[in-house]
Ligand binder design. Structure first.
Ligand SMILES: Nc1ncnc2c1ncn2[C@@H]1O[C@H](COP(=O)(O)OP(=O)(O)O)[C@@H](O)[C@H]1O
Ligand SMILES: [Mg+2]
Length: 278
């Protein structure tokens, strides 16, 4: 059974703005799936269907086989942890500890276990000792990690992250990518994230859906999707820089017929193979 499954989903905002058209979208347990698309493509709208923040105009949305409808919201919102693009939309408590305890207190969890869970979640995101800090006064990267911890503390099966690296500095981006990969690998949490930053995608996604004007324009394994060079551009995206450079060098006569490298690590391997055949 798919962890997330959308079949023939349409969605229009009140006023008639058709934001999603005939969406078929599946995510399996343990996968790392990227949703790429230019601004306005429909990524944030899509994500809000996963836990019932928005309801489709037609079609079905299921989480672990459960239809996303009112009677299942409670169960589904525990399974699907949503990290918003702007942490200021997510964080509302005066201390980090209260922020992270909120959902567990509502579930009636005992105080001792809440304390343990909060400590665990802060440790996972690398913010040990932040319990008494006010989220308002943290840096952008720290806020993002508190928002992530406040979702992780509920032990979701799936983490859905809307533009997780937007507004982070380069070091923050690298740290977040490493952290999300650890969370996926060590805690077996499925990842779904949106982005228009194609350089980070090969480091964090097994599979990609490309959206354009409310439709799924292209999907497949990361390498397959980025080998569709023309389609990538037609859908208002670009290649990762490393792939673009390799494409230019090949046009200039550089040898090599291997797939375009997508990361610096892959480019290094490609260059090594060229040197060895010289
Ligand atoms: N609250 C809203 N009311 C009306 N239209 C909206 C609303 N939010 C988004 N839209 C429209 O829906 C489309 C998809 O937007 P969105 O899902 O935010 O795209 P993305 O996250 O890919 O940038 C856009 O045309 C956008 O203008
Ligand atoms: Mg968005």
């Amino acid at each position: 059974m798919e962890t997330i499954s959308l079949n023939n989903v349409n969605f229009s905002y009140p006023g008639g703005n058709k934001a999603l058209e005939n969406i078929n979208f599946q995510v399996s347990a343990g996968e790392r799936v990227a949703v790429l698309g230019a601004n306005g493509a429909g990524k944030s709208t899509l994500f809000q269907l996963f836990n019932g923040l928005l309801t489709p105009s037609s079609g079905e949305v299921k989480i672990n086989g459960l239809p996303v409808e009112k009677k299942n919201y409670k169960t589904i919102r525990r399974m699907v942890g949503m990290v918003f693009q702007d942490p200021d939309d997510q964080l509302f408590s005066p201390t980090v500890k209260q922020e992270l305890s909120y959902g567990l207190v509502n579930l009636g969890a005992p105080a001792g276990s809440i304390e343990k869970s909060v400590k665990w979640a802060l440790q996972v995101v690398g913010l040990e000792g932040y319990e008494d800090k006010n989220p308002c006064y943290l840096s952008g990267g720290e806020k993002k990690r508190v928002a992530l911890a406040s979702v992780l503390v509920m032990r979701p099966e799936v983490l859905v992250l809307d533009e997780p690296t937007a507004a982070l500095d380069p070091r923050g981006v690298a740290q977040l990518i490493a952290l999300l990969n650890e969370i996926n690998h060590n805690l077996h949490i499925t990842l779904v994230f949106s982005s228009h930053d194609v350089d980070m995608v090969p480091l964090l996604a097994d599979r990609i859906y490309v959206m354009n004007q409310g439709k799924i324009a292209l999907s497949g394994m990361t390498r397959e999707v980025f080998s569709e060079v023309d389609l990538i551009r037609e859908n208002n995206l670009r290649l990762p820089r490393v792939a673009h450079l390799t494409e230019i060098l090949r046009k200039d006569g550089m040898k090599g017929s291997l797939p375009l490298p997508l990361t610096i690590g892959q480019a290094r391997e490609t260059m090594r193979q060229i040197r060895e055949t010289d």
